[in-house]
Design a protein around this ligand. Structure first.
Ligand SMILES: Nc1ncnc2c1ncn2[C@@H]1O[C@H](COP(=O)(O)OP(=O)(O)OP(=O)(O)O)[C@@H](O)[C@H]1O
Length: 267
């Protein structure tokens, strides 16, 4: 089976500043200011063509950061990603330019992916109809609701017909009818053997769709493998996590964050 994606030791470091002056000093002075923070550390996995990989993990575990790296929105700090195909991310607002209108966003995204003006003209109406934005398509995206942005993002991406498809929480905003339409489209893509990444807080949707699960915890791989096994482990963890007191959860998060702020040799 050809590999769709090979990710090796993917790491993303952010700098956290406590105030504006720290940020400026870091920019202007040779000495380093601010706190280093690992949103992802040494994440490695392989996706076969046709795999549907669910990304799970509690808030802040690195799911969106990984989606954004896979779709080329942000670069990793270190590590390698080999992607065989064109990705498209479906995120609530990622990849949309707020200052442009819906129509201009369609044109921009398609031009960036190498479509000709004529091809874009042919696709445009389908995208607008799928997004159900006919009346609003010439308004700036900054005036759109979260649901409208999500519909536009999803509609552009499905019409581009990418080889690899990343759906990040698109189904959690907007109305139920649209979510159903998206799920049907994803089922169609699944049948056509497309590779997909799916981020959702719905375990039931994960179980229905995914054949593999990547469980991230504080930016590191906690488990990767077959859906039944990893999702079972994750559910058992959630059960425990949800029973913890506020204090216990805080302690768990503090410990994780402390690890994310340290160099590997010190962890
Ligand atoms: N631009 C940034 N600058 C600094 N820290 C960031 C940045 N983006 C993300 N982070 C931090 O990186 C960690 C991972 O964030 P990410 O959004 O990828 O997690 P997530 O699993 O998608 O969370 P959620 O389920 O809440 O969406 C978090 O601690 C977050 O605060």
């Amino acid at each position: 089976m050809p590999k769709a994606i090979i990710a090796k030791n993917v790491t993303k470091k952010f700098k956290l500043y406590h105030n504006q002056s720290e940020r400026l000093k870091d920019l202007l002075l040779p000495k380093s200011f601010g706190e280093e923070f690992y949103a992802l550390r040494d994440v490695s996995f392989e996706a076969e063509k046709g795999d549907i990989i669910g990304l799970v993990g509690v808030n802040g575990s690195g799911k969106s950061t990984l989606s954004n790296i896979l779709s080329g929105i942000v670069p990793q700090t270190s590590g390698d990603i080999i992607i065989n195909g064109e990705t498209a991310i479906i995120d609530v607002s990622a990849g949309l330019n707020n200052k442009l209108t819906g129509r201009e966003n369609i044109e921009l995204k398609c031009l960036m992916l190498g479509f000709t003006k004529r091809q874009i003209r042919d696709m445009e109406q389908d995208i607008i109809e799928f997004a159900e934005l006919e009346k609003f398509i010439d308004q700036p995206v900054k005036s759109y609701s979260k649901g409208m942005k999500s519909r536009l993002g999803f509609a552009i991406s499905v019409n581009i017909d990418p080889d690899i498809f990343i759906v990040d929480e698109a189904l959690s905003v907007g109305d139920k009818a649209f979510a159903k339409k998206c799920l049907e489209k994803m089922k169609e893509f699944k049948q056509r053997g497309k590779t997909m990444f799916f981020v959702s807080h719905s375990i039931a949707q994960m179980r229905e769709f995914c054949n593999k699960i990547l469980w991230l915890e504080f930016g590191e791989t906690k488990a990767f493998g077959n859906t039944d096994k990893v999702l079972g482990e994750y559910e058992a963890f959630l059960k425990k996590y949800n029973k913890w007191s506020k204090k216990e959860r805080q302690a768990f998060r503090q410990k994780g964050f402390a690890k994310q702020s340290k160099e590997k040799a010190l962890v």
